[in-house]
Ligand binder design. Structure first.
Ligand SMILES: *[C@@H]1O[C@H](CO)[C@@H](O)[C@H](O)[C@H]1NC(C)=O
Ligand SMILES: *[C@@H]1O[C@H](CO)[C@@H](O)[C@H](O)[C@H]1NC(C)=O
Length: 155
């Protein structure tokens, strides 16, 4: 296994996710640790409501209960420095705080696949399915590029 990627595999790693979104739904909402309502006036917006979700994404690739498992790869995938072609199915916990045992606010469910040959760049195709507060039962679909060695990634 190439050294760059094998460094990643034995550990559980997590990302901080923040999502900003607009909606024209004017229903009132209470603040809690997971989400809060931002002031549209201060941001120069009229009717739209601006929300902010803040949570941690745990991608557990090894150990007794992995939440990410490789389901497919090509013949050359293991020889590739970026494991190009590997397809991983995930059911990753999203939590309120960085600790894995902190409150579960949702799951990231879907697929990521190594789609770049000259860097570790993952194609992310998944739903962020929320199960906390007023967002219980709602999901956001994520499609984007996750360049694993970049400190900040936008998807
Ligand atoms: C590639 O590596 C993975 C993970 O170590 C392993 O599960 C898989 O069997 C290997 N595939 C091949 C074709 O060697
Ligand atoms: C979320 O909704 C499900 C289905 O309605 C319910 O069983 C569950 O208790 C709810 N969870 C929270 C944290 O409110």
């Amino acid at each position: 296994m190439p050294e760059t990627f094998s460094k990643l595999l034995p550990c559980t790693f997590f990302f901080l996710f923040t999502l900003l979104f607009l909606s024209i739904n004017l229903a009132s909402a209470k603040s809690n640790g997971f989400s809060n309502v931002l002031s549209p006036k201060k941001l120069g917006l009229e009717r739209e409501k601006l929300g902010h979700l803040h949570f941690y994404f745990h991608d557990i690739v090894s150990g007794r209960n992995p939440t990410a498992i490789r389901v497919a790869s090509a013949a050359m995938t293991n020889k590739s420095e970026t494991i190009f072609g590997a397809v991983v199915m995930v059911d990753d916990p999203l939590t309120e705080a960085p600790e894995r045992n902190s409150k579960l606010v949702g799951k990231a469910q879907g697929i990521y696949t190594s789609a770049a040959q000259d860097e570790v760049g993952l194609l992310m195709v998944m739903n962020l399915a929320f199960m906390e507060g007023k967002y219980n039962g709602s999901s956001l679909s994520l499609l984007g590029c996750n360049c694993v060695f970049s400190t900040v990634r936008e998807m």
